[in-house]
Design a protein around this ligand. Sequence first.
Ligand SMILES: [Zn+2]
Length: 349
Amino acid sequence: MRCLLRLLLFVLAAALMLALAATLILPSGAHTPQMDTTGRLSTGIQRAIDAAAALPEPLRRLVPPTATATVTITPSPTATPTASATPTVPANGLVKPGPPFLAFRRPFDPPHEDRPSRSYPYGTTGGGAYLLHHGVDIGNPTGTLVLAAGDGRVVYAGSDAEITWGPEPDFYGLLVVLEHSQDQAPPLYSLYGHLSRTLVEAGQWVDSGTPIGEVGSTGIALGPHLHLEFRSSDRDYASTTNPELYLAPSTGAGVVVGTVCSADGAQLADAPVSLFQLDANGGVTWWASSQTYPGTGVNSAPYWRENVVFGDVPAGTYRLATDYPGATVDLVVQAGLVTRTTIVVAAQQ
Ligand SMILES: [Zn+2]
């Protein structure tokens, strides 16, 4: 009799555990990689694919057309921020990195535009229309004051007609370069190009927010804007990394730092990537598109090993989508934090 009772209790306990496990394991709608299960999602993904179709063929697909993809889903929305002291790449999830990341201010004060243009992000070519971008552009009228992004020493202020700072003379026109010292790391340099006027001199110390020049369109520029770069070596055009890793996000926004790679960890170059906003009702709205770095000319930051970055992303829930079938990831963005994410595209012959 006691044996029977025990058996009965065991069966009851097992049934309870199964029910509990089912509740925990079954994904909630917002974080499930639903592939074209709703019309709205299909539309969203289709827009990413359409955007990709507008690119030249070699940029569109780097795996055979028959390849299928698997997806690594990260991060968990409950991930806790972690400290940045370790030299290893932070795990996927929400990260509060230490300096120099998110440690620099915008070079403009409100009401001026202070966000980098989304149409020509770092490491892209504007769909093949422009040179590979070694920085970001912030559009403002000629004469708008440009402010130092951080405390630093002026390395250079003047024209690059005689002293080359880019791929050719008179590329940046009038520019200012600042050196920012770092604890236990080599200095980082910020470069401000296409200025109409410089307001500082080499050797001078400037505090963060000091006016250093005025917006213009000198050098190779289609209109008045600031070209902002971050470099690890002051004169080396090949030493840039993505400025959106260093600028503190706007109020209420975070930064998405992504790596699109194959199963063996190799970064996939020139892959179109789009970010979609997800709402509580399952709606999917396109937010921005970019492309992974081409593999040469621009660099991942060694700390992140990223190949795509979206800055100033308002806090919320998003879907990062490539044009590889099913290679999407849902993620959470929180104000003032980095959302580190990886999309693994596994090709199968
Ligand atoms: Zn630029």
